[in-house]
Design a protein around this ligand. Structure first.
Ligand code: 2AM
Ligand code: CA
Length: 289
């Protein structure tokens, strides 16, 4: 780690940030998997497409309490602690960024719709930011028992092996993913325009239902790129670091540098980045601010 644990930062056993993140993701992921097909409640958040179960809430509670046990002075932002909708998500991020230098950004289940339907592709995503810059990112996929881990400046790994983005040098040789967030009024039409423009130009398109998993797959070289309009910080923070540490490129869909406030994201192997952005922009599919 470039940022060291100091004094009161680590209360129990001086565990590293990354070790705590991995431990939380593994524990929460196993628990989520044990609840597959057995969740009791299903609530709607901002719309009928925006689902939450008691398993999302339980997972967040478990992760939060473990993290705060180790790092009681850190700040914590989780999807289920924030209100529903883009504005609430923006406000929750701003408040959390003001609070402390160290901020944990957690999606307790990314891919809740998959989880509810028993479709593999739901993950736990945990990121740690220091003064707004992501320094640790962990994504755990319990269906396939895959732990993706990235540390700023130290690379990204899966199954203990360093990840590397793929070598596609044009969209025509690329497998590209996107997604449909719950906001059907704002994001859906833009994402559909994007698909219409991108699909004829690429080898194929995948829509697996979890932004975090898509980003981990870009890092692992299983996808050449991913874009999506209307995401929140917890969907992407861990995966963004993973792509960067695997030699890829991340920006917003207008080409501006990534920061935690970015909601319209493009992440690729680097080589196909400009072509993807141009395709989206030419189709009016890059979204607004
Ligand atoms: P979730 O499963 O945690 O809700 C699917 O296209 C991706 O969009 C998933 O990563 C999903 O995360 C995310 N997503 C769904 N609804 C969203 C919303 N209202 N705001 C931001 N991201 C959302
Ligand atoms: Ca999410």
């Amino acid at each position: 780690m470039t940022v060291n644990l100091q004094g009161s930062e680590s209360i129990i056993g001086s565990k590293s940030f990354t070790a705590v993140a991995i431990n939380c993701a593994a524990k929460a992921g196993e628990w989520i998997k044990s609840k597959l097909g057995a969740h009791a409640s299903l609530s709607l958040k901002s719309s009928p497409h925006d689902l939450v179960t008691e398993v999302d809430k339980g997972s967040e509670k478990m992760i939060r309490s473990l993290i705060l046990t180790h790092f009681p002075h850190h700040s914590f932002l989780g999807e289920e602690g924030a209100g529903a909708g883009p504005e609430a998500s923006r406000q929750a991020l701003e408040a959390a960024l003001q609070a402390e230098d160290y901020l944990w950004i957690v999606d307790p289940i990314d891919g809740t719709t998959n989880f509810v339907h028993g479709f593999p592709g739901y993950v736990v995503s945990i990121a740690l930011a220091y003064r707004g810059e992501v320094i640790v990112g962990v994504i755990y996929d319990p269906s396939r028992d895959e732990m993706f881990v990235a540390e700023k400046g130290k690379g990204a790994y899966v199954h203990g092996k360093r990840m590397q983005v793929d070598e596609a040098d044009k969209l025509g040789a690329s497998l590209i993913a996107t997604g449909f967030p719950a906001d059907h009024l704002g994001s859906l039409p833009v994402n559909l325009r994007g698909i219409q423009a991108v699909a004829p130009r690429v080898r194929n398109v995948r829509v697996a239902g979890s932004a975090a998993l898509h980003l981990a797959y870009v890092a692992a070289g299983r996808l050449s790129g991913f874009w999506e309009i209307g995401l929140s910080s917890w969907d992407v923070a861990a995966g963004v670091l993973m792509v960067q540490e695997s030699g890829g490129r991340v920006s917003d869909t207008s080409g501006a540098a990534y920061d935690l406030r970015v909601r319209n994201i493009a992440a690729t192997n680097g080589a196909v980045h400009e072509e993807l952005l141009h395709t989206l922009q030419a189709a009016g599919a890059a979204g607004g601010k």
